[in-house]
Design a protein around this ligand. Structure first.
Ligand code: ASP
Ligand code: MG
Length: 416
């Protein structure tokens, strides 16, 4: 069995769906296709969730935008033979409207998950119906009854044991399954999600529990690149990477795969191919159990939208282990992720993914005990396999707030 994952950009239009069909047809092996929400529909549904939760008046208008987007794609794909798909998607639109016709509960995260999950539910419904109409033996599978998480809404923790059993029941023995990335369910059938951009992780979980031969992520880049081609011109493709290198890169902010994707694959030594849906004939990159020393070029990652925070205890006490564990506890409770930390005797600096609301709440909680200083609008530049030339080129004369180097990696916090 193979797993293919298609992200939102690959299925943002009718042409994208036709291209998916073309790629799916290139293999005659048993296949599970994991699909994200079409285009930017998760963002659009986040607006619906916010409007609903905050009892604003534009919820229906925002839902209509989501409906219109999908309807345009359906018209183009199905023409006049759309009766079957209409029945299915209309049910989903009705379900969504039904949710927002009631009062929201007190949990934002719970409401968020049950609303944004419609992006994946609708995209897979359209795609499965389309493939069937094209004569493929495609089966739509509701992943919420197969991948089971706890009720940590918006970042569900997967129970691999129960999921393994349910996934094997749901997917085994079927030629071609179409299922949702990013979403999951609890043991009591509540909808959860695995965190933004989590569809890669879904593909990896399925590969692990189904003992797939390999996973392919179809992307709008030709493979894993040594830098973001949207920012830099002279980038190159890296044909082979070890799991370790891949996990380091995604942790540093390389957007090529979701950081959680590597573990389930590494644990079963399942290779992960990253290939272009625009040029599917090209080989792309493979992330696998590669232990030999690979000579990699410098790989550089600009992690934007960071905030640099510095904490100094007001009573002049040392930043010792107990304090650190408390600080990290506070970070975790606001779901803020630190990407770099540096300690000194009585001060502690860290670079955090910026989320305005949660960040302010965290600062409020810390400021009684600490003097809190911060710079928003900073970026973290990470250079793996750095050379003097590349450091000069990327950092040069720029102001550097924090710098860290070890044998393989150099990191710089600079104003954005
Ligand atoms: N649709 C989800 C998102 O945009 C999951 C994904 O694309 O991986 O975050
Ligand atoms: Mg996406």
């Amino acid at each position: 069995m193979k797993i293919y994952k298609f992200g939102g950009a690959s299925v943002k239009s009718a042409d994208g769906v036709r291209n998916l069909e073309k790629i799916v047809k290139t293999t005659d092996q048993q296949l599970v296709v994991v699909v994200s929400a079409m285009g930017k529909m998760t963002n659009a549904l986040e607006l619906v969730a916010n409007s609903f939760f905050n009892k604003k008046s534009d919820t229906d208008t925002l839902i209509q935008k989501v409906v219109d987007y999908h309807e345009a794609i359906i018209s183009e794909l199905f023409g006049n033979s759309r009766a079957t798909v209409d029945l299915l998607v209309n049910d989903l639109y009705d379900d969504l409207r039904e949710i927002v016709s009631h009062k929201p509960s007190l949990s934002y995260d719970y409401e968020y998950d049950r609303i944004v999950s419609f992006g994946e539910l609708i995209s897979t419904t359209i795609i499965a119906a389309y493939l069937k109409q094209r004569g493929l033996e495609a089966e739509w599978v509701d992943v919420r009854r197969a991948i089971i998480t706890d009720s940590n809404y918006r970042e569900g923790n997967v129970n691999m044991e129960i999921s393994a059993k349910l996934c094997n029941e749901a997917f085994t023995g079927k030629k071609l399954c179409i299922t949702q990335g990013f979403i999951a369910g609890t043991v009591t059938n509540q909808t959860t999600t695995l965190g933004r951009e989590g569809s890669d992780y879904t593909a990896a979980i399925l590969a692990n529990v189904l003992d797939a031969k390999d996973v392919t992520i179809w992307k709008d880049v030709p493979g894993v690149m040594n830098a973001d081609p949207k920012i830099y011109k002279d980038v190159q493709i890296i044909p082979t990477l070890s799991y370790k290198e891949a996990i380091e890169l995604s942790y540093c902010g390389a957007s090529v795969i979701h950081p959680k994707t590597v573990k389930p694959l590494q644990n079963k030594k399942i290779p992960l191919y990253v290939r272009s849906f625009v040029e599917p004939e090209k080989e792309g990159s493979v992330i696998c159990n590669y232990t030999k020393q690979i000579n990699l070029p410098p790989i550089y990652i600009n992690k934007r939208n960071q905030v640099l925070l510095s904490l100094t205890p007001r009573d002049f006490s040392f930043i010792a282990e107990e304090r650190l564990s408390k600080i990290f506890g506070v970070l975790a409770s606001y779901r803020l992720k630190s990407s770099l930390v540096q300690t000194a005797a009585i001060s502690f600096s860290l670079c955090v993914d910026y989320n305005e609301v949660n960040f302010q709440k965290m600062v409020d909680e810390l400021k009684d005990e600490y003097e809190v200083l911060y710079n928003t609008d900073v970026e973290l530049i990470t250079i793996r396999h750095y050379t003097k030339e590349i450091v000069d080129k990327l950092v040069g004369e720029r102001l550097v707030y924090v710098e860290q180097r070890n044998r393989l990696t150099a990191r710089f916090v600079v104003p954005a």
